[in-house]
Design a protein around this ligand. Structure first.
Ligand SMILES: CSCCC(=O)C(=O)COP(=O)(O)O
Ligand SMILES: [Zn+2]
Length: 208
């Protein structure tokens, strides 16, 4: 499968996104993981532990809908099940990006016991797919950090049933997941979230 033009295009998009996200300081120290849909049953995904600013095609493998590698000895991302959960929940999802920015990490810790972060009344909210006005509320579910990806995947699936219109979620003290219909839309969502997190942090500093 990795010899197909489709895999190569998607792998190159993943590597390109990695260079961009690393250049912004949002995936330090091998953190983050990225994927793109190949078909209904298969996704291209980053191998675990790779430097995400220096990805090459050989650092990306194919996994099936259970997250198991297809014809590869590479170890898939430790967070593979979150990617497969998103693809299975959103049939139109074409790409998933996970980042570890300072603002996402700090904001998620400042939220304490809350189970979501709310962003409202920002023009940039229009950058999220389906939003046509700034006069909207973006709810970002917040999950406790855990190494138990099976449980986190189940918790995520349950939350997606309750809140189908979200564009991303945070894991506390860990980072952000967002997705879109293709890699360009997913990159736009990451930039929008990061801009909004920066604004929220600045608002908190100014109101101290
Ligand atoms: C050094 S970051 C710790 C693991 C993590 O949260 C992450 O995003 C990267 O894990 P992966 O297995 O996808 O490299
Ligand atoms: Zn992570």
């Amino acid at each position: 499968m990795i010899d197909t033009p489709l895999f190569q295009r998607v792998a190159d998009e993943i590597a390109d996104a990695g260079r961009f996200l690393y250049s912004r300081g949002w995936v330090p120290a091998t953190s983050g993981n990225f994927s793109g849909r190949l078909d209904d049953q298969h996704y291209a995904l980053t191998a675990s532990g790779r430097h995400k600013g220096e990805l090459q095609r050989k650092d990306i493998l194919v996994v099936d809908r259970n997250g198991d590698p297809v014809d590869s000895q590479l170890r898939p991302s430790a967070e593979t099940l979150l990617h497969t959960t998103l693809y299975q929940h959103f049939p139109e999802c074409g790409a998933v990006l996970h980042t570890h920015s300072v603002n996402a990490t700090v904001l998620s810790k400042l939220a304490g016991d809350a189970d979501e972060i709310i962003l409202e009344d920002y023009e940039v909210l229009k950058a999220f797919q389906g939003n046509t006005t700034h006069d909207t509320v973006e709810r970002i579910p917040l999950f406790p950090n855990t190494q138990d990806m099976v449980q986190l995947g189940k918790d995520l699936a349950q939350r997606l049933e309750q809140q189908p219109n979200i564009h991303g979620f945070l894991i506390q003290g860990h980072g952000l997941y967002t997705w879109g219909r293709d890699m360009n839309e997913t990159r736009r969502h990451i930039e929008a979230f990061e801009f909004l997190f920066e604004c929220d942090m600045e608002m908190r500093r100014c109101s101290r």
